[in-house]
Design a protein around this ligand. Structure first.
Ligand code: PHE
Length: 434
């Protein structure tokens, strides 16, 4: 830091909204509902809740605690724990930047779809990606993220979430109400939630719950650590509980809007890219006021994706500021250029160039390598450095003393969370699980 006071969130609410902005993203809206439908319906909520309570929230609290206690972002925080962990911190920053690279590509497709639906023009994924138009939207989305982060913690990151999160919630509630009145609602909810408790003995279902938890809560990548470094006197468990609760609620609600529409249009439910860019657009084409609903849906998804992308962008930006003495403006510009480069292969993999690696579009490879494997490894590193090497008293100070609850918590961070991350890691090497 250049001797300036470190920026802080303007209030608790500001911090909560920015963190909810980070957590609520593409993962909630297009990934969670399908994972629920495919992994036991309503019964899946049990492993998911267990996973959020026992592994997601503790890891989030650990990140916030390290960030607040060291008062700095991940690389310098790790360095202050032990010099040799600098490299580990840098590795996590690299994973975050690599995830952002492809996440931003998807964000930019969402923006493009919002744009076309607003204009009332039907879009078809094949036609869209058969042009170089995706690159234009990639650049626009990158600029939006860059400008936000460049404006600062309060004026940029916090402010954008203050506007976008309430708007997102209102649109989502509106869409849920509309969807539930569609003729396919009952069938959709049936697919989504009808519980199959026999699935609870399938380890694949648990692995799916763990993987979804870490991605959806934005933990393991230094985002929450960096956010924690801007934090004042907050009760960390309480904040983490609110953030996780909001994240889960929005994810569950997203399912109530998606499946009724898909079944009303007589389509098969799909996941990921296919769900958002192929199945849902054709559902919107078939239902009344579909263009308007589609426009609202993609605007909502864009709000969710943008605030998540912003939080990832802050990680390398804060690192350049805290560890290398950059000003925020220079750091953000540098990160913008780097992310455009890192994301370019993913962006090009869905254009006429069809850039592939190992026979898969580059973006899909990046999602697997960085967004799945990389994220888990980063989470493991965080648990090990924070749980085993950071002075335990410092963590206790952050979480309200050193009683038996805090001791139990430390045991969870040292053994429980790493064990679950390892299981998820092993599971992710087998296709079909997660
Ligand atoms: N939580 C975001 C989502 O659900 C993605 C994300 C992961 C954002 C990790 C920041 C860090 O889409």
């Amino acid at each position: 830091m250049s001797g300036l006071e470190r920026e802080q969130w303007s209030s608790s609410l500001g911090f909560i909204l920015a963190s909810v902005g980070s957590a609520v993203g593409i993962g909630n809206i297009w990934r969670f509902p399908y994972i629920v439908g495919a992994n036991g319906g309503g019964a899946f909520l049990i492993p998911y809740l267990v996973s959020v309570l026992f592994f997601g929230i503790p890891l989030m609290v650990l990140e916030l605690a390290i960030g607040r206690s060291t008062g700095t972002s991940i690389v310098s925080a790790f360095r202050s724990i032990q010099q040799r962990f600098t490299v580990a911190g840098l590795a996590i920053v690299a994973v975050t930047a690599l995830v952002l690279g492809y996440y931003l590509v998807i964000t930019s497709w969402v923006l493009a779809y919002a744009f076309f639906f607003i204009l009332g023009m039907p879009v078809e994924f094949g036609t869209f990606t058969d042009s170089y138009l995706p690159l234009v939207f990639f650049l626009i989305s990158g600029l939006a993220v860059y400008i936000t982060v460049r404006s600062g913690v309060k004026e940029g990151i916090e402010r954008i979430s203050r506007y976008l999160i309430p708007i997102l919630i209102v649109i989502l509630l509106f869409l849920v109400v509309i969807s539930l009145t569609e003729p396919g609602a009952a069938e959709g909810i049936e697919f989504y939630l009808s519980p199959d408790f026999s699935k609870l003995t399938d380890p694949g279902v648990w692995i799916a719950a763990f993987g979804q938890t870490f991605f959806s809560l934005s933990v393991g990548m230094g985002v929450m650590l960096t956010f924690g470094s801007y934090l004042g006197k907050e009760r960390l468990f309480k904040s983490a509980g609110i953030i996780a609760g909001a994240d889960m609620l929005i994810a569950v609600l997203a399912g109530f809007m998606i499946f009724p529409l898909v079944f009303t249009a007589g389509l098969d439910p799909a996941s990921g890219v296919n769900l958002a860019f192929i199945t849902l657009p054709s559902a919107f084409a078939k239902i009344q006021y579909g263009m308007l609903l589609g426009a609202l849906f993609f605007l909502m998804l864009f709000a969710a994706a943008l605030t998540s992308a912003v939080s990832m962008f802050e990680v390398p930006t804060a690192t350049l500021m805290d560890s290398y003495g950059y000003t925020r403006k220079h750091a953000a510009l540098f990160v913008f250029a780097a992310i455009m480069l890192v994301g370019l292969p993913s962006a090009l993999s869905y254009t006429p160039l069809n850039l592939e690696l190992l026979g898969m579009p580059f973006l899909d490879v990046a999602d697997y390598a960085f967004g799945t494997i990389g994220l888990i490894v980063a989470g493991l590193i965080l648990c090990i450095v924070g749980g085993w090497f950071m002075n335990r008293d410092r963590i206790c100070d952050e979480i309200g003393g050193c009683g038996w609850q805090q001791k139990a918590y430390m045991a969870l961070i040292r053994y429980g969370v790493p064990a679950v991350l390892l299981i998820t890691l092993i599971g992710s090497f087998f296709p079909g699980a997660g």
